[in-house]
Every structure is written in structure tokens, then in C-alpha cells.
Design a protein. Sequence first.
Length: 246
Amino acid sequence: MLKLGGSLGGAEAVLREVAEYPGRIVLVHGGGPQIGAHLERLGFSTRFEAGERVTPPEQLEAVEMVLTRLGKQLAHALSELGRPTVAVSGRDAGFLRARAEVRLGRVGRIERVDAALLFALLERGYTPVVSPIAVDREGALNVNADLAAAAVAGAIGWPVVFFTDVPGVLADPGDEASRYPSLTRSEAESLMARGTIAGGMVPKVAAAFLALEAGAPWAAIARGESGVLSGVATGQAGTRLVLEPV
């Protein structure tokens, strides 16, 4: 189970890594930079609260359009690399159900994941690429992609790797050799309190622990690059988050 962020540029190395992986994979993608650029072109301003995009109803259509297009582009790229892939969102079979966070507009908190759709695709040899759009009775909801990945990983009971543009959680942001190979919850909370884990890394670490609480056997944060999947599996890449000491 992989989460691909919008800050990875073209992500060619990651896509090739995914395409060549011999096992089954579910991919959840974000798209923050692309959404922001599209909203700006439309004349909308963007506001965040605690790292989450506020999504007024009038912006939701544009957000969903960008995410859906990105999902289709990723599916096409992986299929061209030899891995048959299907792009879906929580609208499909209503497999992501959420409640609206009213203070954030049409932003959702996932309450239920019906993994049957994902397993049906996997059993037929397809790799699902999930756009983080969920639904409630009123329609679509924008969902933070890290939180969507956490919910999906917990529902299917698979490990999850959150791809980003740094090697993992670092003791010194300027020194890539200072990567923490693993962190427990208490260790991560201590690093947050000291400001070592800050900025965009905070929600990723929080999402990793949410995935563990939901049923994922382990979670990791790693840079999306060639060799990352085997590196994470052996502890040579990324930071693995665990609820109990290793």
C-alpha cells in the first residue's frame, strides 16, 4: 500500500519502481500543488487550517477534477510500463464514506472503507490507484490524501509507505545521513515537541500512526526513488513507524 504525494514532481522513478514490483499494490495519490495551481488559474484563493486545504463548495468541482485527472494519468503511466492499472475514487461504488468537517467546507473524515472494490480489482490483476475523494449523502468530499491512505491501509490490513521528497524523518533537516530508521509513537511525539519533526512531516507521521491504529501492520515514510520498496522492507531506506518498541 503506497501513498504518492503531489510534491514528487514527475515521479518517474517511483512509477517505474511500482510497475516493476512483483506483488500486489494499492496506490493512493495526492495533488496539492496541482490543485493549488488550478484554483489560482480560476481566480480562487487557497486557505489552509492545520495543514488541510479548506474546500468551499464552489471549489470542490475543480478539486475533484484535478484529482481525477491525476489518477487517470497515473493509471495510464503505470499501464504503459506494463502494470495494468485502474483509477478509482471514493465515488466508485461509494467505497469511501466520510463525514463532513463543516469548518473546512466540503472536506471529509473517512468513517468507512468498503475494500471489496479494491480486492475485486486486485484479484483480476489490476492495480487500483485511488483519488482521495469520499462521499456523504450530499455528494463528494475532499479528503487529505495521507489520511485517506491511512484509512485504506487499515481497512485492507496492509503495510503503508508514505512517499515524500526527503529520505525519512531526519534528526537534522540539513543532513540526510541523520535519518531515523524507526520511531515509536512516544519517540515521535518527543521529536514533535522539540520541533525536530515539523512542517509537512507532522501530518505524515500522524497519518502513519492512524494507519497502525486502524490495522496496518507497519507504516513508513520514505523518499520516492529507485530501490525504495526493497530498501524500506530491509530497513535501509525510510523511517518505519511502530506502536511498540522494535
